[in-house]
Design a protein around this ligand. Structure first.
Ligand code: MG
Ligand code: MG
Length: 272
């Protein structure tokens, strides 16, 4: 069942989305060669608790940490460890937080030091596909329209769109209806309605879409060992249009990146 949110609930969800956005912004300055994912995880846990929120993933389905940290060929759900990041790595950081009873859920794939042009392209296209998907999240459209937009955009580059893992509705639980696949057919699936809040999160492989899981029961990685990228925003359907609740602005501020990519998806000005 899809739980539609009132404007008051959406305002609370914006607060949770901004906490995870700020957390990734804080981490953006810390991601560099020589730093371990476990170190970053501890920084994030402290940061989230200092904002009066609770880490959203810690203990969820028994996940052992605050962040899902998935480097290189890992797609999602990687477990932080004490291995140092290396120059040329990419690292997907997925962050959840719970405040006022509502979840935020947000992910960005960071470059560690100098990354190859081919890998940078994967990150760029995956992030662009996220906005293609968000643009299709509007009144009159259906779940398949978002998936179709993302799939088309990535497959024309020759990339593989992961099938087994999907975006989702978001609210008082981390995963609500509807499922939001990153593939699909136009005009198919559940219809979008005012007050829906979803996490849209393309998981895109440089090579085949096929994945496998490590014996740890969590880590998902590409079957062919090629890199995978993952970006995630929380979006509400307001006035028939997508309204971004999360933001990469804190990351861009930390990294000195100038971007207006979020402007078309903001009816409420972002105050950071
Ligand atoms: Mg996430
Ligand atoms: Mg998610």
């Amino acid at each position: 069942m899809i739980k539609l949110k009132t404007p008051e609930e959406i305002a609370l969800m914006r607060e949770s989305a901004l906490i995870v956005s700020k957390t990734l912004g804080m981490l953006a300055k810390e991601v560099k060669p020589g730093v371990s994912t476990l170190y970053l995880d501890k920084l994030a846990e402290t940061f989230i608790r200092d904002q009066g929120a609770i880490p959203g993933f810690l203990g969820l389905y028994d996940f052992p940490n605050t962040l899902c940290m998935s480097p290189n060929a890992q797609v999602v759900h990687g477990i932080p460890n004490d291995k140092a990041l290396e120059n040329g790595d990419i690292i997907s950081i997925d962050c959840g937080a719970l405040k006022n009873g509502y979840y935020g859920d947000h992910a960005y794939t960071f470059e560690v030091g100098e990354v190859s042009e081919k890998t940078r392209r994967l990150l760029q296209v995956t992030k662009e596909s996220l906005y293609q998907g968000i643009a299709a999240f509007k009144t009159g459209n259906r779940v398949g329209d978002v998936g179709h937009a993302i799939q088309q955009y990535c497959e024309k580059e020759g990339y593989g769109v992961v099938r087994e893992l999907v975006g989702h509705g978001l609210g008082t639980t981390m995963h609500e209806d509807p499922e939001m696949p990153n593939y699909g057919r136009r005009g198919r699936g559940k219809k979008f309605a005012e007050g829906m809040v979803v996490a849209i999160e393309p998981m895109i492989n440089m090579g085949s879409h096929r994945i496998r899981q490590l014996k740890d029961g969590w880590t998902i990685l590409t079957e062919d060992g090629q890199p995978s990228a993952h970006f995630e925003h929380d979006v509400a359907l307001v006035n028939g249009k997508p309204e971004l609740l999360s933001t990469f602005a804190y990351i861009y501020e930390a990294l000195g990146i100038d971007s207006d990519e979020e402007v078309p998806f903001r009816q409420t000005p972002l105050v950071i």
